[in-house]
Design a protein around this ligand. Structure first.
Ligand SMILES: [Zn+2]
Length: 271
């Protein structure tokens, strides 16, 4: 096994101190161990986000430093499905914040949290915000499909609801990365979440009202979407677009301007 200079954990501590001086963007990937229908393995979110991040780190020319994958996420609403591992929101928030605080403590000033599991996002948004107000570092969070919306819309065949979970999108990318692990003969379309004017579920188009019911109330298989439309060709296009976008994001985030803070208390007192 080779030593990979873009992996945080492949450095010695003196090397890591040196890396901090170059100020690469530190990327923290997080996924889940969670049901993904009858056709995809429990590792889907972990495998997809790690593959995207590792390929982007390889291409980013030293500007991205990739941390170990956090393999578990917030899953209470999925716990009727065997194999799913649930981290309670307050634990996940504090755990992730401890990681970003540690990264900031070692002098890295730009941190991105790369998410592979939708229900982590409200928590990761808070982690990023708290990192900003509690450390000197700038921190943002994203879920991977958001980086390549136009490329995904180009290959998409399903209507609203077809891309939500174990769906046309996730199944396509998994087929591209490791087709033998996908049991396409068991892939079934299921879109049971009741749609209304204000509430629906789709990864590419959030509904006006945020609502997440317990999954077995609307999904028998664990699928929400249409995996029968998935192909490896679509997956290849989406994967390439997301990886390219992440490299661009890292380069932009590293150079993102940030103004000085101003504490107005002292000047207000003198006025
Ligand atoms: Zn997933």
């Amino acid at each position: 096994m080779e030593r990979k200079s873009y992996l945080w954990q492949h450095h010695t501590w003196p090397e890591l101190a040196g890396a901090a001086k170059r100020q690469p963007v530190v990327v923290i990937p997080i996924g889940s161990v969670e049901d993904h229908g009858h056709h995809l393995p429990l590792d889907t979110d972990n495998f997809l986000i790690w593959s995207i991040c590792e390929e982007a780190a390889r291409r980013a020319g030293g500007e991205m430093l990739l941390m170990p994958l956090i393999p578990y996420g917030y899953e209470t609403h999925h716990m009727d499905f065997p194999g799913t591992i649930d981290i309670r929101p307050e634990h996940l928030l504090n755990f992730m914040l401890d990681i970003t605080r540690s990264v900031a403590h070692h002098g890295f000033e730009r941190i991105l949290i790369a998410d592979g599991h939708g229900s982590n996002m409200p928590i990761l948004d808070l982690v990023a915000r708290r990192t900003i107000v509690e450390t000197k570092s700038l921190c943002g969070a994203f879920i991977w499909p958001s980086l390549a919306g136009s490329a995904i819309r180009e290959v998409r065949q399903s209507g609203r609801g077809g891309m939500a979970h174990a769906c046309e999108l996730e199944t396509s990318v998994y087929l591209h990365l490791d087709a033998p692990r996908v049991q396409m003969d068991k892939a079934k379309k299921e879109q049971g979440m009741p749609e209304s004017e204000f509430v629906w579920m789709d990864l590419m188009e959030g509904s006006p009202v945020l609502l997440m019911d317990e999954w077995t109330r609307f999904s028998k298989s664990g699928v929400s979407g249409d995996p029968t439309l998935a192909t490896a060709e679509k997956g290849a296009k989406v994967f390439e677009a997301v990886v390219e976008a992440l490299v661009r994001l890292v380069k932009e985030f590293k150079r993102r301007p940030r103004g000085e803070r101003t504490d107005h208390h002292a000047s207000a007192a003198g006025a």
